[in-house]
Each structure stands twice: as structure tokens, then as C-alpha cells.
Design a protein around this ligand. Structure first.
Ligand code: DSN
Length: 424
């Protein structure tokens, strides 16, 4: 450890609080000891983790660089300015706000910038792949605003753009929102822009899931089309657990005022520094290779599961995730998640469009490749991973002591042994 750096002193933590030190170690062992396939998770770098564990966490810095409500902000101003410069350069955006604490906080700010309570907006429905903060009744977004929802087409299982247009013309929303948390296909931003222009709505893209693929230039960017793009920094992007917003210059002041002081107080300067580190990482050719490999891996994984009868909705994926219908193999999402868990494979149950099951049971699973690709796995390994998931789902047990669970766990251990996460 550097003499002058006081973050990440694990020995001191272990001496003072062995309980929490134990949790940190056992979580690391969990990450290292299984296959991580949750589409929204990744393995951030030691550099990012170091910035997160730094003394910047101590600093109050309400306001923006050069315009703070506290003294002593010269150093954290440097970190925030770097994060802003790197973020706007990475995405070719006119303005960036790097202060949102999370994706949900970023989304709150976007509502605050463009809408008042009672206003109407149009967004994808949660059961068809949207997000809680896109107007679900249990979220502030559904309680304080009038959410109108579009879904996917029954045959293609992809966004029903004709329905989006019809609903936009019928309801004249102030904002049209594109994006969600279980959308395997590319979104047609040009079509959304055209619909928004037809009804005079703001076009907002929630790019939380796929912003990392945009950063790596592996898929088209929403930036040329959207008025505002909200995102998280910890999914494919592989940064700290946090959020951000990019927008056109026209909306910069409204977004900044909505993040602070409307929705948030003091920004987390350690996290902002970690975002700056992450944006620098994402500008490298290595990261672009990574983003392309994430998609290549997701395609192989989706196809392999499909060969085992675990049907990918929409027929496959263009992104980092695929959504699978388990009805053909007569297993629920809840049971599949438990069986995979017992076999050392972490993934999540997920509602599929037109799902007959309740959300906490669900007929599907969602799998994503950001984490395993960060470990260095490629297409060959995705075939093995698909075979292992299929075996766990169709013949496994939720009992970790079951012979099949143990056997699959052994194969998982062999595979991850060749691609260690956070190698010693
Ligand atoms: N909970 C995240 C996901 O898993 O997609 C979205 O917020």
C-alpha cells in the first residue's frame, strides 16, 4: 500500500471489524467461485475500486465545479471536470451531468427537468421489458405522473413501433421514453425521434443497460437522436455503481438544476472520480474489443440455450443480454433460478412478454455476458456455459447437495478456474 493513500487498507478493516471484513472476503469468494450471468452486473477494475475507496468520500461539494456551496473543493472539482470532459468526449454529447447517484436517481432528475406532477409520458411497460422507474404504479414515476405504456408485438416480441405512434398521437405525452431492462434487440432511435417530433414530445432514452455497448462503438448511439439520455455506470460500462445523464446543450441547465438541488444533495465525489477513471478505460481500443465480444458471446449463449429448447424471445439478441422462455421445458423462472444457483450459476428469473405467471414466479430467465466477458471468456466458453445452464434448468435441483447440482458445480469450477475473476 502507498504510504500516503488511506483507502483500501484491508488489514486495518480486518483488525477493527472482522465481521464486515468477512463479508467482503466471502462476497469476493462468491464472485470468484461461480458463473456470474446477471445482465446488469460486471467486474469493475481495481483502479475504479481504488477511487471508490478513497478520501474523496469525505468531501461535501454541493453545487458544480467552480460554483460550490462549500470551501475546499478545488481537488474534487478537478475530478468532476475530468469526468464531465471524458463523458462528453466518449459519447459525443453536448453536456454531461455525472452527479446522479444511480440509474433511478438519474431518471428522477429527468422527470424533474421536463415534467410536473400529473403530466403524461409514454414508456415501455415493465412486463414487456421496461423498468420500475418508467411508470410502474409502485414507483414514484407511476404515482406522480400519468404513465401510458407501450409493449412488444406478439409475433416479433420486439417493440411495437406502430403502437408507440398510435399512443403518442392519442395521448400527446410530454416525454417519450425508450429503453428498459430486458430488451434484447436494438432500439430504432430514428423511429422514436420521428414519433416524438410528430407530437412535439421530448425524446428520452434510458440507456442504462446498453450504454457500455455504445461507449465501445459496438451498437448505434442514441445521442444523435435523443434530447436526453440517462444511464448507469456499472453494467456493460464496467464502472462504479452509479448513474449519469447526457443531453443537448439546450437542456443542460434544466438537467443540472434537476439533479441538484431538485433531487439530490451532496454529490459522491469518490464515485465521480471512479466514473472519470471508468470513462478513460472505455475510450481505449481494448474496451471496444470487449464491447464487441460481449455481444458475440451473448449471441452464442442465446443460440446454445435455444438448441436445448430454452427459447430466446425475439429469436436471439443484438446486445449483451437474452431473455428466454422456459415454457417449452416446463420449468418456471423461479425454479430455474434456484436450480442454477445450486449449480454455481447466478442469473435471474424474468417475466417474458405476455407472461402467464406472476412476476415473482415468471416464465423466463434473463442472461447476460458482461461479467464473463470481462473474465476473458469467448464464444467457445459460451457454448459450455449454455450447456451447463440448460442441464441445470432441465435436469437439476434447487438442492446444492443433489448429485446433478454437484456435478455441474464441478464443471463450473473447472471453467472459471481457467478465467479467474479478480485473479490473485
Ligand atoms: N435492476 C437492474 C437490472 O437488473 O436490470 C435495472 O435497474
Amino acid at each position: 500500500m502507498s504510504e500516503t493513500f488511506y483507502g483500501s487498507d484491508f488489514d486495518a478493516l480486518q483488525a477493527f471489524d472482522p465481521d464486515i471484513a468477512g463479508v467482503l472476503l466471502s462476497e469476493l469468494a462468491r464472485l470468484r467461485g461461480g458463473l456470474q450471468l446477471i445482465a446488469s452486473e460486471n467486474m469493475s477494475s481495481p483502479q475504479v475500486l481504488t477511487a471508490l475507496g478513497s478520501t474523496l468520500s469525505n468531501k461535501y461539494a454541493e453545487g458544480y465545479p467552480g460554483r460550490r456551496y462549500y470551501g475546499g473543493c478545488a481537488e474534487v472539482d478537478k475530478a468532476e471536470n475530468l469526468a464531465i470532459e471524458r463523458c462528453t468526449a466518449l459519447f459525443g454529447a453536448e453536456h454531461a451531468n455525472v452527479q446522479p447517484h444511480s440509474g433511478a436517481s438519474a431518471n428522477q432528475a429527468v422527470y424533474g427537468a421536463f415534467m410536473s406532477p400529473g403530466d403524461t409520458f409514454l414508456a415501455m411497460s415493465l412486463p414487456h421489458g421496461g423498468h420500475l422507474t418508467h411508470g410502474a404504479k409502485v414507483s414514484f414515476s407511476g404515482r406522480w405522473f400519468n404513465a401510458v405504456h407501450y409493449g412488444v408485438d406478439k409475433d416479433t416480441e420486439d417493440i411495437d413501433y406502430d403502437e408507440v405512434e398510435r399512443l403518442a398521437k392519442a395521448h400527446h405525452p410530454k416525454v417519450i421514453l425508450a429503453g428498459g431492462s430486458a430488451i434484447p434487440r436494438l432500439i430504432d432511435f430514428a423511429r422514436f425521434r420521428a414519433i416524438a417530433d410528430e407530437v412535439g414530445a421530448i425524446l428520452w432514452v434510458d440507456a442504462a443497460h446498453f450504454i457500455g455497448l455504445v461507449a465501445g462503438k459496438a451498437i448505434p448511439s442514441p445521442v444523435p437522436y435523443a434530447d436526453v439520455v440517462s444511464f448507469t455506470t456499472h453494467k456493460v460500462l464496467r464502472g462504479p455503481r452509479s448513474g449519469g445523464i447526457i443531453c443537448t446543450a439546450e437542456h443542460a441547465a434544466a438537467i443540472d438544476k434537476a439533479v441538484f438541488p431538485l433531487m439530490q444533495g451532496g454529490p459522491q465525489m469518490h464515485t465521480i472520480a471512479a466514473k472519470a477513471v471508468n470513462f478513460k478505460e472505455c475510450a481505449t481500443p481494448e474496451y471496444a474489443d470487449y464491447a464487441r465480444q460481449v455481444i458475440a458471446n451473448a449471441k452464442v449463449l442465446a443460440a446454445t440455450l435455444g438448441e436445448h429448447g430454452i427459447r430466446p424471445t425475439t429469436g436471439g439478441t443484438d446486445t449483451h443480454l437474452s431473455l428466454h422462455d422456459l415454457q417449452p421445458v416446463l420449468v418456471t423462472g423461479m425454479e430455474a433460478e434456484a436450480r442454477c444457483d445450486a449449480a454455481g450459476i447466478t442469473l435471474n428469473k424474468n417475466a417474458i412478454p405476455f407472461d402467464p405467471q406472476k412476476p415473482n414466479v415468471a416464465s423466463g430467465i434473463r442472461v447476460g455476458t458482461p461479467f464473463v466477458t470481462s473474465q476473458g471468456m469467448g464464444s467457445e466458453e459460451m457454448t459450455i456455459v449454455g450447456d451447463l445452464i440448460a442441464r441445470a434448468v432441465t435436469t437439476g435441483s434447487s438442492d446444492p447437495d443433489d448429485a446433478v447440482s454437484k456435478d455441474i458445480r464441478g464443471q463450473v469450477t473447472e471453467l472459471i478456474g481457467r478465467f479467474p475473476a479478480y485473479a490473485r
